[in-house]
Design a protein around this ligand. Structure first.
Ligand SMILES: [Zn+2]
Length: 151
């Protein structure tokens, strides 16, 4: 996927401080020049998703009114950081999620239940169990992956 079409959402004009957190593969949004925008990126400012969640929890512990959170990334990224923000007392209204598909997607084989990372644009894959799978485009929140159906 082209990084250019994965820009983050615009900033909330009601927010006073803005924290933008980007997944590894997400293009940097054009928010330069806006006051009080802090940008974190997985793999650059923080080594792991757990590090990001911990830092987010610490920041929100001293957050003032008007803090806004913007998350751009894959399903697991959004799920973990949203959970951390809500647990730290942020309101759902203060969090904007921007789901972005990475270059890879997780696929769960409907035949053997194993998971595989495959190129995001792959329509068919061969599972290790021998099944030829058609990859459904829609992400299953329950699986945290797309379903691969034998074809
Ligand atoms: Zn399989």
């Amino acid at each position: 996927m082209d990084r250019a079409d994965t820009a983050a959402p615009g900033l909330d004009p009601d927010g006073r401080r803005h924290l933008v957190i980007l997944d590894e593969h997400v293009a940097t949004p054009g928010a330069a020049g806006v006051a009080d925008v802090c940008t974190w990126r997985l793999g650059e400012t923080h080594a792991s998703l757990d590090d990001l969640a911990t830092a987010l929890t610490r920041r929100l512990a001293v957050a003032r009114i008007g803090e806004r959170l913007y998350l751009s990334g894959g399903h697991a990224f959004l799920a973990q950081l949203t959970a951390a923000a809500l647990a730290a007392g942020m309101l759902a209204d203060e969090i904007r999620q921007h789901p972005v598909e990475g270059r890879l997607r997780r696929v769960v084989c409907a035949a053997c239940r194993s998971t595989a990372l495959v190129p995001a644009d792959a329509a068919h894959i061969n599972c290790a169990c021998g099944a030829r799978l058609a990859v459904r485009r829609q992400l299953s929140p329950r699986l945290g992956a797309c379903l691969g159906v034998p074809c």
